[in-house]
Ligand binder design. Structure first.
Ligand code: SAM
Length: 181
């Protein structure tokens, strides 16, 4: 079934981008049993971990998309998502690689197009320099989103967040709200 058709049969649709081992995906699926969670990841071992969790926790509301999420989003021409989660996007810490970062204003624009009215994007990074660049990208597209920095209390700690905590790095979390009339 096409994603847009699936969206019509669910009141709430959540997209998680780059779920890693799927800790947050399983958490969301349990928290919102009536929602459909579209979980995107290209890392095969992570997909295996999420499949195990789906099996062990009898989760029936997750669909895995195992390819580049940008390809998926470019194919969607309607507002279908209520919430999008991106936790620890690849940091590309070297300055010459910053252009590869996912959170750029062009990608934010693509997300704004597929979000429903009042839809939100939760972005959490463990790299201070990436957090600064996210604020700059948001500034460049402030007609599309309002945003605030929030605590990630109450959310599960993912593998990459745990690594950052172990290494003494802070987690920077943003909650974006799409601006639509
Ligand atoms: C640093 S890891 C974070 C994983 C997990 N969210 C966590 O916090 O532990 C970033 C993940 O995003 C995935 N990723 C990067 N670009 C992606 C894309 N365009 N589409 C889907 N997944 C992507 C990578 O495969 C990687 O597993």
């Amino acid at each position: 079934m096409e994603l847009v058709e699936l969206a019509q049969s669910h009141q709430k649709i959540i997209l998680e981008i780059g779920f890693g081992n799927g800790e947050n995906t399983s958490f969301l699926a349990g928290k919102y049993p009536n929602a459909l969670i579209i979980a995107s990841e290209v890392y095969l071992s992570g997909i295996g971990s999420l499949l195990n969790s789906i099996d062990q926790n009898s989760l029936s509301n997750i669909k895995i998309y195992d390819d580049d999420v940008r390809e998926l989003l470019l194919k969607i021409n309607s507002e279908i998502f209520d919430e999008i989660y991106i936790i620890c996007p690849d940091p590309w810490p070297k300055a010459r690689h910053h252009k590869r970062r996912l959170i750029k204003h062009n990608f934010l624009k693509v997300m704004a197009k597929v979000l429903k009215k009042d839809g939100t994007v939760y972005i959490s990074t463990d790299w201070e320099n990436y957090a600064e660049s996210i604020e700059e990208e948001l500034e460049a597209i402030k007609e599309k989103f309002s945003f605030k920095k929030i605590s990630n209390e109450g959310m599960p700690v993912t593998r990459f967040q745990q690594r950052a905590i172990n290494e003494g790095r802070a987690i920077h979390t943003f909650l974006l709200k799409v601006l639509k009339k």
